[in-house]
Design a protein around this ligand. Sequence first.
Ligand code: FRU
Length: 494
Amino acid sequence: MTEHQELLQQADNFVAATQEDVNPRWYPQVHLAPAAGWINDPNGISYFQGRYHAFFQHHPYSAQWGPMHWGHFSSEDLVTWKRESIALALSEDYDLDGVWSGCALEHQGKLYVFYTGNRWANGKDDGDGAIQRQCLAVSSDGQTFTKHGPVIESPQGISNFRDPKVWKQGEKWWLVLGVETPEGRGQVWLYSSAELYTWEFNRVLYEDPDPDAFMIECPDFFEVDGKWVLVYSPMTSVRRQGYNQRNGHNTGYAVGIWTPGGDFKVLKSFAQFDFGHNFYAPQSMHSPDNRRLMFGWMGGFTLPLASQAEDGWSGHLATPREVSLSKDLEIIATPIPEFKGLREDTVAEGAFTVDTDKTVELVADLPVGEIELTVDLDKTSSEQVSLLVQQTSADRYIEVAYDSLSNRVILDRGKSGSSDRGYRSAPYVGGSQLKLRVIIDRGSLEVFINDGRYSLSSLAFPTEGKRGFSIASVGGVITVSDLKIHCLKSIWGD
Ligand code: FRU
């Protein structure tokens, strides 16, 4: 066994041992999460040897962020998933302080992984900055990797320099990564290569127009519906603009025109991607059937999560989304159609009216499930269309509501009972048919508005007891033209 293999084995053994202590009350059933420990960014989202692969930033040794490994999930059909052995550990001089985020791609029968090898400049923490190099590792089976070392060195005077994403365009390979300039601006740099091993700096592809955005994390650059989209996660100390960018970490995107060798001509600069409390660092792939699939992370760096303190795990990936672009250059991101493969029973179905100021319980216990709701707003006088989800008592629930006064959709965890509170709010731009799709997991909610035009993704931890689902009206009636409630089975096939 090599030293790297020993480290991987040790990490796997630790997770297997601590998994027994993981408290199931909020642990996800329909979202990708390691068996125990910490997860952040999705990495290496790819298709290789007949399977989809989702690697991820993983700290196997606690539910806190720490020295990063690459964990690994795989799936044949994007419905049922398998937990694979940890793929990359910290083993070499260039990655001893973390195998950080990156990507994966198939080339000539092998899986090529690019990641950031992190070293702290002072040898112990981020106090004096870091040396971040882009490194290559190659696999023949998609499971075990041979590390080839750095392919892009850390430039002099730059500390934050990471998260490579590679794709092929024409005859060349292209790579984007995120940079903090010495002047404290967040930029995306572009490189090119003929053979994946040697890389040439091409240009600064993008600078965040916000002068407070000092670093760009996890840039992802791809073509969809005839335009180029740059999805990125800016780091900034000041971001609270009304309803927008309210989290410690927010993701957004820019849309423009790009041809290889040219500048990125931006047509639309930063727009928020997902309006919930917890959605960050997404990464996409081009699927064999020509779709743009995106995986994001639902977790948090800034506030402690209830599951971290006592339950032995932290965070999970978001439901994979299929991405397209509207005519007005807005990203539409909707759960991949495969997600419907998790539906088991449809426990309620139909059209009905909710009378003025009434709360109607629809399901007595729905800890994991999916709601598809269509409301005829022309025949609705209620000020809100309010869904009480994960309701454990009269005053403990998580609320998802269309608010007709502000014409927005809100997700409010103020009465959830655990973890940080606060509500989030997304614009409503649909017409008279309000469509809400809500994915309920034991410790999170994802809300998709009018087929993915906007979304809200939040971790939310209910109190003990049966978890009901009700609909409530305020000062008027609600006309539900269609409602379906599905139970969902676990993504692990158990
Ligand atoms: C984003 C990020 C990346 C980095 C990784 C480290 O969440 O900070 O920039 O590569 O996480 O875990």
